[in-house]
Design a protein around this ligand. Sequence first.
Ligand code: CMP
Length: 133
Amino acid sequence: MSEQTLFIVKPDGVQRKLIGEIISRFEKKGFTILKLKMFTFTKELATEFYSVHKDKPFFGELLEYMTSGPVVVTVVEGNNAVATTRQMVGATKSFEAEPGSIRGDFGLGFTENIIHASDSTESFDKEVSVVFK
Ligand code: CMP
């Protein structure tokens, strides 16, 4: 079933020059790129984007990191997009992510984990409305 999802190359991914590599993986997988934008999160926008985590102990660290430099946000479309994208991204803790996934191949971090992807169609609807206002 064709669906849409969103991923964000986070500040560490941009700084490490992984934008092309990451977008290329999605294109080669067969996804269609629908939207693409580079910007830097303000504290307010990052707070809105990550509102589900606002009471978590790591929230301050997460905001600091997400506002530390430019990000690239992309909306893709394809079969089973949400679940397939999460699989391509890998586990949140990069050091535990499967080799072959983006985090598994390029990272060792936890907070700094290269890429974000929507975890459900509901999250996608909310996230796309925040970053493509
Ligand atoms: P992401 O998939 O974007 O969703 C929330 C982000 O918060 C996550 O990736 C990490 O960057 C960060 N994160 C989640 N859990 C923790 C944690 N326990 N400690 C620090 N950062 C975290």
